[in-house]
Design a protein around this ligand. Structure first.
Ligand code: NOJ
Ligand code: CA
Length: 681
C-alpha cells in the first residue's frame, strides 16, 4: 500500500515573467507566491553575477543577495552568467502524512526555474558551465536550491564554499545557537540583536521591528554538508558549509541538486511554526511504501537513573541494565500502556571512558547479567517491545561495520525502534577507512549526512524506526523516510540531571520557535520528580512537564521518570498515560519567541483535543479561545494547571487537576506560573 495519498494534485498554467535585462535594471526573472504575498526576483548585474531578492506585500524582506559557489579545483561559479531559459509552474497538492503534527499537508507554491550559463569559458575550464537555480515560493516562505546538470565542463564538483546570502532587511532580534563549536546543537539559545549574530546553526529565528518573523533553515539535506549561517555585515548572512575532514566540504558528481535553502516568513511568531510545512513540502514523497509498521508511541526505559548517576551504563554493582531491572520496567510498561522499553547499557563496551571508546561497543552482544533473548520473549508475552539502543560515541564506521547484524538481530527480537547516539565533541565523528586511516568529521558534514541515511534506509529494510541523539539536524527527511521518527539535536531533559546550568524556564519557549521548526524532537519529557543529580531542582513546575508532551512534538515520546516517581504522582501520571502522540491537526494559538506558547492538537485517533502551554520565568494568564472545537458539541475539559501559588522556584509541585464543561466559543483563562499546563478534552 502506498501510504502517502495525494488527494488533490494540479499543475496550473505556466507563469513566466521574463524581463529584458536592459529594460528594468538587471532583473531577469521573477515569480509570485500563489496568494501574491511574496515575490522573488532574480537579477544579473553588469559582471554577470546572479542575485535574488524577496519582497512581501511590496516591501523588501531579503535585499539583493548573492548566489554561487567556490570550487576546490575549478574557477568559482559566480560571474559571467547569462540566462539560457526560464520556466515556471504552479502546484496545489495535498498529501497525507503517515504520522505527524497534522494528517494532511497542503503544498501550494509557484516554482521558478532559471537555467544559467557562463557567457564564456573561464580559464582554465574547458567550456562554459551551466547552473540552474530553482525557487519554490509559498505564501509563508520559500525554498531555493541549485541544480548541477550533467555537463562535460563540470563533472566532479568539489565545493569549498557556498556563496548563498540572505540579506535580511530590518531584522532586529535573533534567537540562535552557535555553529562550529564543540557541543554540536546543545547550547542554550542566545537572544541578541540580529546584527550581533556570529556563526549560527539553523533554524535561526529573527524578528523585525514591524513584528515580521523570519526563520532560515534548509530542507532535504542529502549527501551534502549542513548549512551554517555566518553574519557577513549588518544583517547580511551567508551560507557556510559544515567542514570536511579533508579537502572540499562537498564532493559530488553531476547531475545533482543541493538541499533547499529555506526562509519562513510570518506576521506572528505563531505563524512561523505553522509555516514549517514548507520544509516537508520541499522534501521528496515517501519512498518506503507501506510504513504502517512505524508506530507512533510512548515509551519508558532504564535511562533517568543513568543520568542521575544512581545506576551505571557499565557493568558492575551499579549496572542499570540487569535482567531483573529490565523485567521491572517491562512490567511497568505493560501495566500502564507504554508500547516499548528503552534499555541503555545493555551491550558490551560501556566500561571506563565510553565517550572516547566507540571502538569497544558491540551492537549485538549483551552484558552477561542482561538476558537479551529472554527479555525480548518476556516483553513479547507482556505485549510490549524492547527499544534498541546503539550508542556509538561518534565512531560511525565502527557502527556501520556491525549495522547489518545489529539490525537483523533487533528485527528478530521484535524491536520496532532504535535510539542511536553520537556522543563525541563536534568535529569528532570518526571514520576508519579500509586501509586503517582515520578521519574525524563534523556531526553535520557530508560524511555524516550519508551515514545517517544509511542507518535509516538499512533500518527501513527491517521495518525499524530510528531516533538519533547527537544527530545531524532535521531537514524534513521524515517525509521521504517516515521511519526517521525523531532525533535529539538540542538540549533535552538530560540537562536537568547534570547540566550546568540546567535548562532555564524559557528553554522550551525558545525551542518551540527555533529547533522545533525543523521537526520532531526526542526531548524525553515527563520527569515529575523535578530533581536532577544530587537533588538539584529543575526550573520547571510539574504542570510544565505535562505540557511538554504537546509543546515539544515527537511521534515517540518518553515517560522519562523512574517508575517509583510516577507512583508518587498518580494524578499527573494519568495525563502522561492518556496523551496521544499522533495528531490530526495542530494550531498554534498564541506565543512569542522565548516567552510563551500555547498549542492545540487534535488526536489522530479520536475527536479529542489537547492544549499545552508553557511560559518562561514570568507568570502569565494564557487565554485559550476554543474556536477549534466542533460547533454544537459538548466537551469536558480535563485541566492540569499550575496551582494558584505554584512557581518553579518556590512551589513547583502545586498542581490543580479539575474538569470543566466547555463548548466552541468559550475562552479558558489559565494562569501559568513560570511553567505550563496541559488540558485535554
Ligand atoms: C546522550 C543521549 O542524549 C542520552 O539520551 C543517552 O542516554 C546518552 N547519550 C548515552 O547514550
Ligand atoms: Ca544528548
Amino acid at each position: 500500500m502506498i501510504y502517502l495519498r495525494t488527494i488533490a494534485a494540479r499543475v496550473l498554467a505556466l507563469l513566466i515573467c521574463l524581463v529584458a535585462a536592459n529594460a528594468v535594471a538587471d532583473d531577469v526573472a521573477s515569480i509570485e507566491s500563489p496568494g501574491a504575498l511574496l515575490r522573488v526576483t532574480l537579477a544579473i548585474n553588469g559582471e554577470g553575477r546572479v542575485s535574488y531578492r524577496v519582497d512581501r506585500k511590496g516591501q523588501p524582506v531579503v535585499g539583493d543577495s548573492r548566489l554561487g559557489f567556490i570550487l576546490a579545483d575549478a574557477p568559482k561559479l559566480e560571474r559571467n552568467f547569462i540566462v539560457v531559459d526560464s520556466s515556471s509552474r504552479s502546484v496545489d497538492d495535498t498529501w497525507e502524512q503517515p504520522w505527524g503534527e497534522r494528517r494532511f499537508v497542503r503544498d501550494r507554491h509557484n516554482e521558478l526555474r532559471v537555467r544559467l550559463r557562463e557567457a564564456k569559458a573561464p580559464v582554465p575550464a574547458p567550456a562554459a558551465r551551466e547552473l540552474t537555480i530553482v525557487f519554490r515560493v509559498f505564501d509563508d516562505g520559500l525554498g531555493l536550491r541549485y541544480e548541477f546538470p550533467e555537463q562535460a565542463a563540470l563533472r566532479e564538483v568539489n565545493i569549498t564554499d557556498e556563496l548563498t546570502e540572505f540579506d535580511l532587511i530590518g531584522a532586529e532580534t535573533a534567537w540562535w545557537i552557535p555553529a562550529g563549536e564543540w557541543n554540536r546543537y546543545e547550547y542554550l539559545y542566545n537572544r541578541t540583536r540580529a546584527s550581533e549574530v556570529g556563526q549560527a546553526h539553523t533554524p535561526i529565528t529573527f524578528r523585525r521591528a514591524d513584528g515580521l518573523h523570519l526563520a532560515v533553515h534548509e530542507a532535504a539535506l542529502v549527501d551534502y554538508s549542513a548549512m551554517w549561517l555566518r553574519r557577513v555585515e549588518g544583517t547580511r548572512f551567508k551560507a557556510m558549509l559544515s567542514p570536511a575532514a579533508e579537502g572540499a566540504r562537498v564532493k559530488r558528481t553531476a547531475p545533482f541538486t543541493t538541499p533547499w535553502r529555506t526562509l519562513q516568513i510570518a506576521d506572528r511568531a505563531a505563524g512561523l511554526y505553522m509555516s514549517s510545512d514548507l520544509i516537508l513540502n520541499l522534501n521528496e514523497p515517501n519512498v518506503l511504501g507501506d510504513v504502517s509498521w512505524v508506530k507512533p508511541h510512548k515509551y519508558v526505559g532504564i535511562w533517568w537513573s543513568l543520568h542521575l548517576d544512581t545506576e551505571s551504563w557499565a557493568s558492575g554493582p551499579r549496572h542499570g541494565a540487569t535482567t531483573t531491572n529490565a523485567r521491572r520496567y517491562i512490567d511497568f510498561a505493560a501495566a500502564n500502556g507504554f508500547r516499548s522499553v528503552l534499555i541503555e547499557g545493555w551491550n558490551r563496551g560501556w566500561e571506563a571512558d565510553w565517550f572516547a571508546n566507540g571502538d569497544s561497543f558491540s551492537f549485538t552482544e549483551p552484558y552477561p547479567d542482561f538476558d537479551l533473548e529472554g527479555l525480548a520473549a518476556y516483553a513479547r508475552k507482556k505485549g510490549v517491545h524492547l527499544m534498541g539502543h546503539h550508542e556509538t560515541s561518534g565512531f560511525a564506521s565502527h557502527y556501520e561495520a556491525q549495522l547489518g547484524a545489529a539490525l537483523d538481530q533487533s528485527a528478530r527480537l521484535g524491536i520496532e525502534a532504535i535510539k542511536t547516539g553520537y556522543v563525541a565533541d563536534a568535529g569528532g565523528a570518526k571514520f576508519q577507512d579500509a586501509d586503517g586511516s582515520v578521519r574525524f568529521e563534523w556531526h553535520d558534514g557530508q560524511a555524516m549526512s550519508r551515514h545517517h541515511l544509511k542507518v535509516v534506509t538499512e533500518a527501513a529494510k527491517r521495518r525499524i524506526a530510528i531516533n538519533p541523539h547527537e544527530p545531524i539536524k532535521d531537514t524534513g527527511l521524515r517525509r521521504t523516510y517516515p521511519n526517521w521518527v525523531a532525533r535529539e539535536g538540542a538540549r533535552g531533559m538530560e540537562y536537568n540531571a547534570w547540566g550546568v546550568p540546567p535548562n532555564p524556564p524559557e528553554h522550551e519557549a525558545n525551542l518551540f520557535f527555533t529547533r522545533m521548526l525543523s521537526g520532531p524532537m526526542d526531548f524525553t519529557p515527563g520527569v515529575l520528580s523535578l530533581k536532577g543529580r544530587n537533588g538539584q531542582p529543575f526550573q520547571s513546575t510539574i504542570a510544565k512537564q505535562l505540557a511538554l508532551y504537546l509543546v515539544v512534538y515527537s511521534p515517540i515520546q518518553m515517560a522519562a521518570d523512574l517508575p517509583e516517581n510516577y507512583a508518587r504522582f498518580p494524578g499527573p501520571f494519568q495525563f502522561i498515560k492518556e496523551v496521544p502522540v499522533d495528531w490530526q491537526e495542530t494550531f498554534v494559538l498564541d506565543g512569542e519567541v522565548g516567552d510563551f506558547v500555547t498549542v492545540a492538537r487534535k488526536d489522530r485517533a479520536s475527536e479529542d483535543w489537547y492544549v499545552g502551554g508553557v511560559t518562561d520565568e514570568i507568570a502569565r494568564t494564557l487565554t485559550v479561545p476554543l474556536e477549534f472545537l466542533t460547533a454544537g458539541k459538548r466537551y469536558r475539559a480535563h485541566v492540569y494547571r499550575d496551582g494558584t501559588d505554584a512557581s518553579w522556584d518556590r512551589n513547583p509541585f502545586a498542581i490543580i487537576i479539575e474538569k470543566r464543561d466547555v463548548k466552541r466559543g468559550d475562552r479558558l483563562e489559565l494562569r501559568v506560573a513560570s511553567a505550563g499546563l496541559g488540558v485535554d478534552w
